[in-house]
Each structure stands twice: as C-alpha cells, then as structure tokens.
Design a binder for this molecule. Structure first.
Ligand code: NAD
Length: 255
C-alpha cells in the first residue's frame, strides 16, 4: 500500500467528501484521525471500520483545533498528510446575510485551515515530507449569487494554499487545493430549501437549473472521484504538484 504508516488527519470526515478521502487514505495504509460532527453510533462504526481515531473538535474554535492537533501527534505521531476539508454553507443575499453565519463560514472554511497548517508544518518539515490538501471549490475561482461568505472563504483557501506552497516548496511538503464542482453530499442537499426560497424555484429547478446548470457534464462529481485525486496527490509521483488549484468541476470553470 502506497501510504503505509503515514499519519493523516482529515477534517470534516464524518460525511461526504471528507469521509470518502478518509476511507481512501486508510485503504492505502494511512493511520487516520477523523474529525467532524454527527450521530455518535455512525461515527463509531466508521472509526472502527477504518481502525481510526476520531476527534470531535469544533473547528470554529482555535483552542479545540490545537487540542486535536496535539492529540493526533501524541496518539498517532507527527502528521504526514493534512486534509483541510470541513466546511459549511449558508445561502442568502449579502444584505440579508446573518453576520454570525459570515463569521462561522470564515472560521470553519478558512481560518481552521490556517490553524491546522501552522501547527502541522513543523513536523512535516522535520520529516522532509508532507502533503497538505485543502478542499476548496469551484467557488474559489468563480462566484455565484447569495454565497458571499462561502465564495470569499474559498477564494481565501486558494490564496492560503499558494502562499504556504511557496513557503514549504523546498521542504518536501506540497500544498494544493482540490476544487470540486457540485458533489452530491448533505452540504448541497441542505442548501436546496434556502435556494428555493431565495430564488423562488422548485426543488427540481434548483437541481437542474441552478446546480447542474453550471456543470457542463450535467452530473454531480462523486466523493470517490475527489478521494482518488487526493490519494494521487499524496504519492511521491505528485511531488512536483504544489501551489495548484486543481479543478474537478465537470468543466464548470472552463466555461
Ligand atoms: P458535508 O456536509 O457532507 O461534510 C462536512 C463535514 O464538515 C462534516 O463531517 C461535518 O461534520 C464537518 N463540519 C462542519 N462543521 C464543522 C465544525 N465546526 N467543526 C468540525 N467539523 C465540522 O459536506 P461536503 O460536501 O462533503 O463538504 C466537504 C468540503 O467540500 C467542504 O469544505 C465544502 O465546502 C467542499 N465542497 C463541497 C462541494 C459540494 O458540492 N458538496 C463542492 C465543492 C467544495
């Protein structure tokens, strides 16, 4: 297995894209720490399936992030692979956007990655090898209306990725973001009612005329496709890919 013994932390890995990445990294032999919220029984089932640890740190809290990182280092060893994937969404016009939602989206989707990176990088540098993968979004490259906080945070993730890639370029540490188009997960499912309300559309109209309208392939990206790409980025053959914003969006941002 190509990642035998590597230590990997995947934030927001109790569902959707993060869970698929955690499964794929574990299948390649990585020792995994899961993070995220959800049903305790379901989390325990995944944790034992993958032989992983789970830390329920709330990523909007820098102190909780620091405690998670310290626990990961103490129980699994210094991190080799960091996947910043946790994210939330809220859909509303900017003049009606709740300030507390803005703060939460910026904290979880952007600032959390700063905190995990600043704490993970020293151990990676010491080993002379590391992989940092940030789940950005097509919204790190283009905007959609009513998603001001998400678009701002994801553009921020793309910038953070580039800056850290340059800082770590000579240390054997690559830093990239994967930018999926629409992937069918709870994050997308949950925004359908608000988008219906904000734009006065039916559920089918939101799926076909709003979500898939942007995606020339007319199908959702799958979490497994994103996970396979993340595994590739962890291989030694991907050592020259750094500072890249890698689109997996069915052609969305080519248009
Ligand atoms: P999801 O809702 O299935 O998963 C989100 C994960 O983040 C869950 O594990 C959840 O528990 C965790 N999380 C949420 N708030 C948290 C917090 N405060 N602290 C710790 N964990 C928290 O969503 P997903 O679609 O799999 O999203 C994963 C990432 O992919 C996000 O960054 C999202 O922005 C990005 N993304 C998703 C899509 C899509 O279409 N689904 C497209 C592009 C990018």
């Amino acid at each position: 297995m190509s990642l035998d013994g590597k230590v990997a932390l995947i934030t927001g890995s109790t569902s959707g894209i993060g869970l698929a990445i955690a499964r794929a990294l574990a299948a390649e032999g990585a020792k995994v720490m899961l993070n995220g919220f959800g049903d305790a029984g379901e989390i325990e089932a995944v944790r034992s399936e993958l032989g992983a640890l789970h830390d329920g740190a709330d990523l909007s809290d820098p102190a909780a992030i620091a405690a998670m990182m310290a626990r990961c280092a103490a129980e699994l060893g210094g991190l080799d692979i960091l996947v910043n994937n946790a994210g939330i969404q809220h859909v509303a016009p900017v003049d009606q956007f709740p300030p507390e939602k803005w703060d939460a989206i910026l904290a979880i989707n952007l600032s959390a990655a700063f905190h995990t990176i600043r704490l993970a990088l020293p151990a990676m540098r010491e080993k002379g090898w590391g992989r940092i993968i940030n789940t950005a979004s097509a919204h790190s490259l283009v905007a959609s209306p009513n998603k001001s906080a998400y678009v701002a945070a994801k553009h921020g993730v793309a910038g953070l990725t580039k800056a850290v890639a340059l800082e770590a370029a000579r240390d054997g540490v690559t830093v990239n973001c994967i930018s999926p188009g629409y992937v069918w997960t709870t994050l997308v499912e949950n925004q359908i009612p608000d988008t219906m309300k904000a734009r006065g559309l039916t559920r089918e109209q939101v799926v076909n005329d709003v979500l898939l309208a942007a995606q020339p392939t007319k199908r959702f990206v799958t979490p497994e496709e994103v996970a396979a790409f993340a595994v590739f980025l962890c291989r030694d053959e991907a050592g020259s890919i750094t500072g890249a914003n890698l689109s997996m969006d069915g052609g969305w941002t080519a248009a």
